[in-house]
Design a protein around this ligand. Structure first.
Ligand SMILES: [Zn+2]
Length: 103
């Protein structure tokens, strides 16, 4: 596993802003804007997006029209996703710190 902090290719800044774009029938797109020089750093397109603290309604929206599962299945998937997100975040921060990075 490799863990990196996002860095601007133009100016080397690690300060960035995520600009989220959601359109119907399209994957969530996130543009990473450098706060040092304003350049585009990266674009991500996500098929499943988990927004921590926003609850299950936000999670269900992120799944789009992939209906077919029951409400109970969605709740279990939401809880699994939430747990994985928090654990993955904490693991990534810990590994960055072990590598000597500020987090
Ligand atoms: Zn920059």
């Amino acid at each position: 596993m490799e863990i990196h902090r996002q860095q601007c290719q133009q100016c080397g800044s690690r300060n960035a802003r995520n600009i989220l774009v959601r359109e119907a029938d399209a994957p969530m797109t996130i543009y990473v804007r450098c706060l040092g020089c304003g350049e585009l750093v990266a674009r991500y397109q996500l098929s499943h997006y988990y927004h921590h603290g926003k609850g299950i309604e936000s999670f269900l929206r992120s799944l789009g029209s992939d209906a077919g599962e029951s409400g109970r299945d969605y709740l279990a998937e939401f809880q699994r996703t939430q747990d994985q997100a928090v654990r993955g975040y904490e693991d990534a921060l810990r590994k960055l710190q072990e590598q000597g990075n500020d987090v």
